[in-house]
Design a protein around this ligand. Structure first.
Ligand code: C2E
Ligand code: MG
Ligand code: MG
Ligand code: MG
Length: 290
């Protein structure tokens, strides 16, 4: 009897299944506490300009240092926060933290454009745009901000978002379409969206090693991005070979473990000081096989 019960409960609360480990009920309360007690931390992952080898930008990626559960990945708690309507608090906290950090960095002459990930529920709300405007005016000249919205999010309610996106652009905020290739973009809307950047999803980038189709798909995405006048970024670059192929195909920026993992702000500063970060193997491209 007990064995059976154990087995049943272990199905319900299998600790190896992360969504179960984070029992939804406690998580909501914990999330509130995470915000008020400063348990969230922003890590930064640099993006490298393929032609210059310089780091001009980084992506802010939030982490949750839970007092008893340890580090919790955003891939886990962001979708949960989104589902339960609690994303806004996190977005606003990350945004403020990033702007505060940029003001600090400016004092030591570090000027990086930082991308902050936002949800549809944020961008479709005019009050969120008001909030961004207010925070930007506080940060002043240090502010150098880009917002990343997933393709699925942008295409979910394109008409509703158009006005807010245009307002953000007028505030000097750059806009990026994240995880491109995983949603259902309408090219008509894509051309209409006031965005600056397109980020090719890592699924396509990572499989460039194994399938020719992926190489062709990535090449097409880069072309589409350029036709629309967008900067194209590849995320999930883990090998020199893929970096080289992307360079040959004219991709503008690369981001991935090959270059650096997301880092705490102090670690990022040390890493920047080590530069340059262009792999020595990346000599002028002479390959015709891509
Ligand atoms: P994303 O915005 O597409 O971010 C890229 C994810 O890929 C990050 O995972 C990053 O650490 C990871 N990554 C980058 N390069 C490589 C690589 O070469 N190899 C591999 N295997 N992974 C790589 P992370 O930090 O766990 O974030 C996961 C997702 O959580 C993000 O995907 C984003 O959608 C969401 N997220 C993270 N921080 C925030 C935030 O502050 N707000 C919102 N709304 N979402 C966030
Ligand atoms: Mg992103
Ligand atoms: Mg992405
Ligand atoms: Mg992603």
């Amino acid at each position: 009897f007990f064995a059976k019960r154990d087995r049943e409960s272990s199905v319900l609360y299998d600790p190896s299944r992360e969504e179960n480990r984070l029992s939804q009920f406690t998580l909501l309360g914990d999330l509130r506490e995470a915000l008020s007690e400063n348990h969230l931390v922003v890590y930064y992952q640099p993006k490298i300009n393929v032609s210059t080898g310089l780091v001009g930008a980084a992506e802010a990626l939030v982490r949750w240092q839970h007092p008893s559960r340890g580090w919790i990945s955003p891939g886990l708690f962001i979708p949960f926060a989104e589902k339960t309507g609690k994303l806004r608090g996190i977005t606003e906290w990350v945004l403020c933290e990033v702007l505060r950090q940029q003001v600090e960095w400016q004092k030591i002459n570090v000027n990086l454009r930082i991308s902050v990930n936002v949800g549809v529920s944020d961008v479709e709300d005019a009050q969120f745009v008001d909030f961004v405007e207010e925070q930007l005016s506080k940060a002043g000249s240090a502010a150098n901000l880009c917002l990343e919205i997933t393709e699925t999010g942008v295409m979910h309610k394109p008409d509703a978002m158009l006005q807010n996106l245009a307002r953000l652009r007028r505030l000097g905020v750059k806009l990026s379409i994240d995880d491109f290739g995983t949603g259902y973009s309408s090219f008509a809307y894509l051309a209409k969206m006031p965005v600056n950047e397109l980020k090719i999803d890592q699924v396509f980038v990572m499989s460039m090693n194994s399938t020719f189709e992926s190489v062709s798909i990535v090449r097409s995405m880069i072309e589409i991005g350029h036709i629309l006048g967008l900067k194209v970024v590849a995320e999930g670059v883990e090998t020199i070979g893929i970096w080289q192929a992307l360079a040959v195909m004219g991709c503008d920026e690369v981001q991935g473990y090959l270059i650096a993992k997301p880092m705490a702000s102090q670690v990022l500063l040390d890493w920047l000081a080590e530069g340059p970060h262009q792999p020595a193997e990346l000599t002028p491209p002479s390959m015709s096989n891509f």
